[in-house]
Design a protein around this ligand. Structure first.
Ligand code: F6P
Ligand code: MN
Length: 330
């Protein structure tokens, strides 16, 4: 089985970019190890807890954020990092070329129940036009030079794209390396599976409500086929299933909190996952616009997300075209 670096070399990925990706994976191996240790590592629970030695326990998402940030900045190859866990960007080498946006531990409500979680990353280059600080990160998803996630499930898996399709690697703990296990990830065009948090349905706009209502009617409804539903409450693990066997994943806008209609973050979640899904032949949209074409206005911006099997996403988008929003504009 092939190791990651020779595969990236064969794809002519620039050496410094390979180093940045490899550094993210070194941090991921450490996170994977700590997750395996669970309560034994004293990293579960809240930041205010103390472990039996009387030491302050750190939540694993805080620890993961620090590990990734410190390791990336130590490489001197990174101009700045933006993390879901940090209010502001953290600057590194002013002469470096790469910017890394990341969600250190996605789906972190799963940590304390020993469920699947993940790390998502998006790598950009410092833009040519003059931009300073956070503004450097305000680039469309199309500008990404690499994106991926590490899923910490029964095995740890990396899904990675550098714009030449998507490959998956599995962490072999005996050699401490990610080995190539799926060479060409392809999302099937059609599906009978969807992923959504149904408990929010009364807060959705009409287009998504109607679409889901029709799926649930199965053979008796307008779709004339039965659909299955899955929800792991960790985007990495739900999108991983979509990459493996197709499906439609969505976290639509809702009106639970008028000030915050969308949950998922554009830079740390929607863009990198869209890059993977599109590179694997799938489709990604907010319902109205292609996600990777959006011009971000803030590093922590949130968006409505619909992604997965292309024909099914297309059907969902038709509902958005035909049915007006009844509760709020998105
Ligand atoms: O990062 C946000 C996140 O944890 C995603 O990973 C996941 O898809 C979603 O939130 C789960 O949300 P909810 O708890 O509303 O189901
Ligand atoms: Mn997340």
């Amino acid at each position: 089985m092939q190791r990651l670096i020779p595969v990236l070399n064969k794809d002519h990925v620039p050496l410094h970019l390979i180093s940045v990706i490899n550094t993210l994976l070194t941090a991921a191996k450490e996170i994977s190890h700590r997750l395996h240790q669970g309560s034994l590592a004293g990293t579960l629970g809240s930041t205010l807890d103390e472990n039996i030695q009387g030491e302050t326990q750190k939540k694993l998402d805080v620890v993961s954020n620090q590990l990734i940030k410190n390791m990336l900045l130590e490489t001197n190859l990174v101009r700045a990092v933006a993390s879901e866990e940090e209010d502001d960007i953290v600057e590194g080498n002013p002469d470096a070329k790469y910017l890394v946006a990341y969600d250190p531990l996605d789906g972190s409500s799963n940590i304390d129940i020993n469920g699947s979680v993940g790390t998502i990353f998006s790598i950009l280059e410092v833009p040519d036009h003059p931009a300073e600080g956070k503004d450097m990160f305000l680039q469309t998803g199309d500008e990404q030079v690499a994106a991926g996630y590490i899923l910490y499930g029964p095995s740890a898996m990396l899904a990675l794209t550098t714009g030449q399709g998507v490959r998956m690697y599995t962490l072999d703990h005996t050699v401490g390396e990610f080995l190539l296990t799926v060479d060409q990830v392809k999302v099937p065009k059609d599906t009978r599976e969807f992923a959504i948090n149904m408990s929010n349905s009364r807060f959705w706009n009409k287009p998504i409500q109607s679409y889901i209502a029709d799926l649930i009617q199965g053979e008796e409804g307008p779709r004339k086929k039965r659909f299955n539903m899955r929800w792991n409450a960790a985007m990495v693990s739900d999108v991983h299933r979509v990459l493996c066997r197709g499906g439609l994943f969505t976290y639509p806008a809702d009106c639970r909190n008028k000030k915050k209609p969308c949950k998922l973050r554009l830079l740390y979640e929607a863009n990198p996952m869209s890059y993977l899904v599109e590179q694997a032949g799938g489709r990604c949209s907010t319902g109205y616009e292609r996600i990777m074409s959006l011009q971000p206005t803030d590093i922590h911006e949130r968006v409505s997300v619909i992604m997965g099997s292309s024909n099914e996403v297309e059907v969902c988008l038709d509902y958005h075209k035909k049915i007006p929003c009844d509760r709020f504009d998105v």
